[in-house]
Design a protein around this ligand. Structure first.
Ligand SMILES: Nc1ncnc2c1ncn2[C@@H]1O[C@H](COP(=O)(O)OP(=O)(O)OP(=O)(O)O)[C@@H](O)[C@H]1O
Ligand SMILES: [Mg+2]
Length: 268
């Protein structure tokens, strides 16, 4: 598998802070992988993903995307074309005067023809249920609709890697499911996905799970491996997934059960 993103012994300290925010981060993300990143508030998840598209630079170490170092300003345009990012706060991503214009904005910057931009706009806005709002000013949208609009703009660019940084935090359950279906579809099409989430039950859809703790990587493996050891979660201040908590209770009561999913647990 091709390396898409590599972080080599990355340390990061924000100018205004005394302590290191990220320490000793080495991570390789492969093409087509769905990597989910969890960790307590302030553990460095957003900082880590901002490094990936060159929004910030490491204090020490290297970050490269498709072999191109983010520290070279000449590479940034290409890197940002390859890596789409939906930020935690959708408000900051709005640039257009209407929903349609906002969705198309990024495409015009990378030279997509107006006809193609129009077609892609319609497609993503319909997919996200925003097409009826296409002529509205984005500022009139609800928080969840703004978040969907941010996702629409990124999907329309057709990047090879998409980073979702808590991009569904304001969405209702049905919309969250909808975004998950879109993510699964992207994954089937071999788009690389980096998914930062505070919803612990969401980890099981990932190929790979990384758990951050105080600026360091506490765990890097499959969600199933993590489910075998509740300490992976509790040490990082996270409540383990339901199936893991259930198994722990069963173990305390003298039942020996292997790590398993909710469905397998129900069968047992
Ligand atoms: N621009 C900045 N300048 C100074 N400190 C910052 C900056 N951005 C983040 N930090 C600090 O870096 C640490 C990590 O923040 P980060 O946003 O990466 O955490 P996070 O894991 O994404 O948390 P959350 O789950 O709350 O989104 C925090 O202590 C935060 O206060
Ligand atoms: Mg964050």
């Amino acid at each position: 598998m091709e390396n898409v993103i590599t972080l080599k012994n990355v340390w990061l300290r924000y100018d205004s802070r005394q302590d290191w925010t990220l320490r000793e981060i080495s991570l390789t993300i492969y093409e087509g992988e769905w990597l989910t990143l969890v960790g307590g508030n302030g553990s460095g998840k957003s900082t880590l993903v901002r490094l990936i598209n060159g929004l910030i630079q490491p204090t020490l170490g290297e970050v490269a995307v498709y072999g191109k170092m983010t520290c070279d300003p000449q590479h940034l345009r290409n890197i940002r074309q390859n890596v789409g990012m939906v930020f935690q706060n959708a408000e900051n991503q709005i640039v257009g005067m209407t929903v349609r214009e906002d969705t198309a904005f990024g495409m015009y910057n990378i030279g997509v023809s107006p006809e193609q931009a129009e077609a892609r706009c319609r497609n993503v806005l319909q997919m996200l249920g925003l097409y009826g709002l296409k002529d509205h000013p984005p500022y009139f949208l609800s928080g969840g609709e703004k978040q969907k609009l941010a996702i629409a703009g990124v999907l329309a660019m057709e990047p090879k890697v998409i980073i979702f940084d808590e991009s569904t935090s304001m969405l209702d359950t049905k919309s969250v499911q909808q975004i998950h279906q879109i993510m699964s579809e992207l994954h089937r099409n071999r788009i690389t996905i980096v998914h930062v989430t505070n919803e612990i039950e969401e980890i099981f859809t990932a190929d790979r799970l990384v758990v951050m703790q105080k600026g360091m990587i506490r765990f890097d493996g499959t969600p199933q491996e993590a489910a075998g050891n509740s300490g992976v979660f509790t040490d990082s201040g996270l409540l383990p997934p339901f199936s893991v908590r259930m198994r722990d209770i069963a173990t305390q009561k003298g039942l020996k059960l292997p790590a398993m999913s909710e469905l397998e647990l129900a069968d047992q």
